[in-house]
Design a protein around this ligand. Structure first.
Ligand code: DQA
Length: 164
């Protein structure tokens, strides 16, 4: 099973930008921790960061037929991007939204997420640990989807046998 992690604008500045809000950890260190957890769980994982909305839309579309789960922090695009929302809705791959900060405690323009309604869930306010929680959530969902698919396959095989 494969998870793609998509990071939006300015998240490449973690460790430098507004440390009182986002903490001291760099994005590469967050990704190294996620890589470790993925390896322990036998999950393939890929990381992508872009400051450009269209590149994030392209990367989401590339997940089709490739990824089983997505973890996304759309950063500022969370609050503005219908294009990213539509891309998540289009590909129908279980997606977990993460924010390091608790966006609901901050400026009112951050309270709205255009992307959350098309995601399986949203994790906010736990700092880098939120990505670990997102990994647990996405693995759980991927396992449930796989179990459902196997059950449906079993049912179809039984029906085919009965029809003979
Ligand atoms: C963020 C919250 C967004 O409002 C902000 O624009 C970011 C980071 C977070 O992880 O807390 O860039 O997504």
């Amino acid at each position: 099973m494969k998870v793609v992690v998509i990071q939006g604008p300015n998240l490449n500045m973690l460790g430098i930008r507004e440390q009182s809000i986002y903490g001291p950890m760099k994005l590469e260190d967050i990704h190294a921790q996620m890589q470790g957890f993925a390896t322990q769980n036998g999950i393939e994982i890929e990381f992508f960061q872009s400051n450009l909305e269209g590149e994030i839309v392209d990367r989401l579309q590339e997940c089709l037929g490739d990824a089983d789960g997505i973890i996304i922090n759309p950063a500022a695009y969370t609050h503005t991007s219908i294009a990213i929302r539509d891309a998540i809705a289009a590909i129908q791959i279980p997606t977990v939204e993460v924010h390091l900060s608790n966006i609901h405690q901050r400026e009112t323009f951050r309270h709205t997420s255009l992307t959350a309604p098309v995601c399986a869930g949203q994790i906010v306010g736990f700092g880098p640990f939120g990505y670990h929680l997102a990994m647990m959530a996405v693995i759980q969902i991927m396992n449930e989807v796989q179990a459902l698919r196997e059950a449906q396959q079993g049912q179809r095989a039984q029906q085919a046998l009965k029809a003979k």
